[in-house]
Design a protein around this ligand. Structure first.
Ligand code: GDP
Length: 325
């Protein structure tokens, strides 16, 4: 899924011949971006934690001054599921604010030609209209279970807009929906729902369990996008979009958590029962991105959930140790 698929004519920005930093390349999103950039005619740069701790301004400025990327994909972030957000509010807010402020400011200082900031659709108000248009930003209170992360990501969008407005920087922001794919976090306490349920179904099947637990009521609706599709859309936006407004990235399809659990059981081959744990939070009732702006720009490449789940599970079966990390 990681080969170049989008080949539109007349890009507004060329990656050819540029040095491109995939910031956060050890994470699920950053590693998908690095895979997606391979077929481009650019040089991909990465920085390990030993090279630069991204929460430290001096280290970011030092690395960027020495490495001089011309393009930045800002995928570095402290991420986690509904419970991780609630357990580590200070880390989610502080680390994300520091990472994005350091990189965006240093990108301005070093004359970066294009920066793509990756956020999340959890930036939108809890009661936003569905599907959620980009204009819903800052029109109401956030979903409390992920407001720490959301506040930081909203600040990142605003930083891109502010540097564009004050300094004319071509910094854009993309807001992906719930992502999954290779390199995901499967820790049952801190992960998102999809990798958690893949692991639970796999372990239930292997141990011959009669049931597996699903948090909450099963009724919340979520949209899921394979991370390779996000990487393709981010590269597409780098080439074809230069504007002040952030752009939603999603599949345009939603499923209930119950349906997701049932589909995962099918893919994994677990035919036991689902037990819903009402002591766990449901979070926001619905979160479907309005992707009409992205489609108007010309990207409509999201694959279907079933194939994405199959390829993700095949990858896990080939290296089951990933689920124990
Ligand atoms: P959210 O999209 O920010 O709410 O984050 P999550 O991906 O963590 O959770 C999405 C929904 O899936 C919530 O309603 C959770 O309660 C539900 N869910 C069901 N089972 C699980 C599980 O095992 N882990 C997680 N993280 N969420 C689960």
């Amino acid at each position: 899924m990681s080969t170049a698929r989008t080949d539109m004519s007349d890009p507004v920005f060329q990656l050819d011949g540029k040095s491109v930093w995939g910031a956060g390349h050890r994470g699920m999103v950053g590693s998908a971006l690095v895979r997606r950039l391979q077929p481009e005619k650019c040089t991909v740069l990465t920085a390990d934690r030993d090279d630069a701790d991204l929460t430290r301004q001096e280290e970011v400025e030092g690395w960027m001054n020495a490495s001089r990327p011309q393009v930045v994909f800002l995928a570095a972030a402290k991420v986690g599921g509904i419970q991780a957000n609630a357990s580590y509010p200070a880390q989610f807010l502080y680390e994300n604010l520091m990472i994005e402020a350091n990189i965006i400011h240093a990108a301005f200082q070093t004359g970066v030609e294009k920066l793509v900031f990756l956020g999340s659709t959890c930036i939108y108000p809890k009661r936003a209209p569905q599907p959620i248009p980009e204009e819903a930003l800052l029109t109401g209170p956030l979903e409390p279970t992920n407001e720490w992360y959301a506040i930081a990501k909203i600040a990142g969008i605003k930083l891109c807009q502010a540097y564009r407005k004050q300094h004319g920087c071509d910094f854009i922001a993309a807001q992906p929906t719930n992502l999954y794919g290779p390199g995901d976090n499967h820790d049952l306490e801190t992960s998102h729902v999809l990798p958690a349920l893949l692991r639970k179904a796999h372990e239930a099947k292997v141990s011959g369990a009669k049931a597996m637990t699903v948090w909450g009521s099963g009724s919340p609706l979520r949209e899921f996008l394979h991370v390779d599709d996000l990487a393709d859309a981010a590269v597409f936006l780098a080439k074809h979009y230069s504007g002040d407004g952030h752009i939603n990235v999603g599949s345009g399809e939603e499923v209930s958590i119950r349906e997701l659990a049932e589909t995962i059981c099918k893919v994994v081959g677990f035919d036991g029962a689902l037990q819903f744990d009402a002591s766990k939070p449901d979070g926001t009732p619905r979160k479907l991105a309005d992707v009409s702006k992205l489609r108007e720009l010309g990207w409509n490449e999201a694959g279907d959930l079933m194939s994405g789940l199959r390829s993700t599970y095949d990858g896990l079966l080939a290296d089951p140790g990933q689920m124990a990390k």
